[in-house]
Design a binder for this molecule. Structure first.
Ligand code: FES
Length: 322
């Protein structure tokens, strides 16, 4: 997708709202002018402009190929930093909303023999689109949906109807035999299987660690964090914004993006938790101290990009292409 398309703002409207299990609302969005929406692939998300200066990302959960609507599931999270709470409070059928074109940092690898989709809580949303895409392509997959309890799980009727063969449900408060066991699940897959995981960060860390322990190489482990607790503190260092011709100090309690903003250099940002990738900058010199949950292991090792809302520097000086 071109950067022009990435920056595209679409005037949309909420066409339907369905309140499902405790705290989950599903919204359908269409173009306000009734035209077709940009196409998307499974795993894609859109930015939703919730309010002035408040932009949040939500995975699309409808079947890829639908051009008349986008569908998102939003959890009314008590720990919300304002986004999901405001959507639950303010969005209803008829609400005008500005959205971005879809971006996909979590694509399916259709060459995989088998795909194992693992969604924890509201992290099931990208798995829905993936399951629709895999089913349409006739590819084998399993869809594991983990939730604290049945009454806190959304999409249950839809999942049961659409994927009766592939769906496996796991509830924390039901008998131990049905609880998700990543070691057993991933260990039982045929060679070359790929695993996809999305959900709370602790859950994801656990599944990713078990996938590695089961022998999955990093090219077969795919994930998308939607929030993270990041310790952004550390030693002070110098940042050179090469294109802007500005050199600045990043203090121990400051992030690079804060220091850049203070110096009048604008960097696009959204989540400010190192999960969405909006604020990535190219690194020209120096070694980043990666703290984000966005870059892959290979991208971290290359050290030529940095997520400036949370990552720091291992070297006293970092030169950025900004
Ligand atoms: Fe989301 Fe930095 S703003 S990763």
């Amino acid at each position: 997708m071109s950067s022009e398309q990435n920056d595209m703002v679409i005037e949309a409207v909420v066409t339907a709202r369905e309140d499902q299990a405790a705290g989950i609302a599903v919204f359908e969005l269409a173009r306000a002018d009734g035209g077709p929406l940009p196409p998307f692939e499974a795993g894609a998300h859109i930015d939703v402009h919730v309010a002035d200066g408040l932009v949040r990302q939500y995975s699309l959960c409808n079947p890829p190929g639908e051009a008349e609507r986008y569908r998102i599931g939003v959890l009314d999270d008590p720990n919300s930093r304002g986004g999901s709470r405001a959507i639950h409070r303010d969005f209803a059928a008829g609400t005008a909303v500005r959205i971005s074109a879809p971006r996909n940092h979590f694509p399916l690898h259709m060459e995989a023999g088998t795909s194992v989709l693992v969604g924890g809580g509201i992290g099931v949303t990208p798995m829905l689109a993936m399951a629709y895409a895999l089913r349409a392509a006739g590819k084998p997959f399993e869809l594991h949906y983990c939730s604290r309890s049945r009454d806190r799980a959304g999409f249950l009727d839809e999942l049961a109807a659409a994927f009766p063969e592939q769906l496996r449900l796991h509830f924390d408060d039901e008998d131990a035999a049905q609880r998700f066991d990543p070691k057993a699940c991933l260990g039982a897959q045929p060679a070359g299987a790929h695993v996809y995981v999305c959900g709370p960060s602790g859950f994801m860390d656990w599944v990713i660690a078990e996938a590695k322990a089961a022998g999955y190489d990093s090219g077969r482990i795919h994930y998308e964090y939607f929030n993270a607790q990041v310790d952004t503190h550390g030693d002070a260092f110098e940042v050179v914004a090469a294109r802007s011709g500005v050199t600045l100090q990043v203090g121990p309690d400051q992030t690079i993006i804060d220091a850049l903003t203070k110096a009048g250099i604008r960097v696009k940002k959204s989540c400010e938790q190192g999960v969405c990738g909006t604020c990535i900058c190219d690194v020209l010199e120096g070694t980043p101290d990666h703290k984000d949950k966005f870059l892959s292991e290979e991208e971290r090792e290359d050290n030529d990009q940095i997520v400036v809302c949370c990552s720091r520097s291992k070297t006293p000086r970092l030169v950025l292409d900004i």
